[in-house]
Design a protein around this ligand. Sequence first.
Ligand SMILES: NC(=O)c1ccc[n+]([C@@H]2O[C@H](COP(=O)([O-])OP(=O)(O)OC[C@H]3O[C@@H](n4cnc5c(N)ncnc54)[C@H](OP(=O)(O)O)[C@@H]3O)[C@@H](O)[C@H]2O)c1
Length: 275
Amino acid sequence: MQHKNITFIGTGHMATALIRGLISAHYPGLCITAHDINPEKSQALAIELGIRHEADLALAVKNAAIIVFAVKPNAVAAVCEILKDHLQHKPCIISVAAGIQLATIARFLQTNVLAMIRSMPNTPALIGCGATGLYANKNVDHADREWAESLFRAVGIVHWCNEESTLDAITALSGSGPAYIFLVMEAMQEAAEAIGLEESLAKTFSIQTVLGASRVALETAHPLAELRKQVTSPGGTTEKALEVFEQGDLKALFARAIESACKQAKVLSTRYDTI
Ligand SMILES: NC(=O)c1ccc[n+]([C@@H]2O[C@H](COP(=O)([O-])OP(=O)(O)OC[C@H]3O[C@@H](n4cnc5c(N)ncnc54)[C@H](OP(=O)(O)O)[C@@H]3O)[C@@H](O)[C@H]2O)c1
């Protein structure tokens, strides 16, 4: 990974995870600058991780080849309002702000010449197990793409989208997905308690089962349906449970849920169109 100066605006959960990923990949701390509206926060992170800290936003981006927008979506307009006069050196912008289109950021910054990348990571990125969708505008060159990919690979897996709208589907699948799996584990735990297992056993065995099944699925090339068939003996216990899921049309329920999330992602991504 080429060593470019990178500035993080906002030093909350996602920025901290990405910076930790960079440091673990031996990226030099002196090339990383942290800025937050709460300077004590970015300063504390800088001390902890051995990176730079700059309380003045204009100074923070002065020498940056890459600027990462790691603030909540509703703070992006305010950040752009200050930044727009300090980007003559044409840094590449990487946004992690959920649901803000690149055209909106370009409008806030009053420029359409900047290289910009929009990302949709998910919460497991915070423990290095993320799944991130990326989309680049036409100003992004090969080197910027490679750099951005390395940034997010340091916290999980990465997929480049050819269309920005694909990020809505990724939001519905992996962005919101951890909550679906928490619900599945919660339901398994409650069902196990109902048939007599003690609470902590029901919880840990539900979690371990999801983890184990995920690892098996990751480590084999087999289609998921085949893996399911492999563990379903005719006349056995698994078959009985799966019959109940089928009667309740579990797949259709997931299809409706994910479609609904995708529709909402599209609605949310237009919410800044009128600002
Ligand atoms: N966390 C995730 O798993 C996840 C997943 C996918 C996408 N994202 C996206 O990542 C972005 C950051 O999320 P997060 O969870 O890291 O949020 P966070 O923990 O709230 O961090 C954002 C940080 O930015 C600061 N900030 C607010 N306004 C600012 C400004 N004008 N200039 C500089 N800093 C400012 C916040 O300060 P205050 O706390 O004082 O406001 C906070 O310290 C969001 O846009 C979110 O949509 C997060």
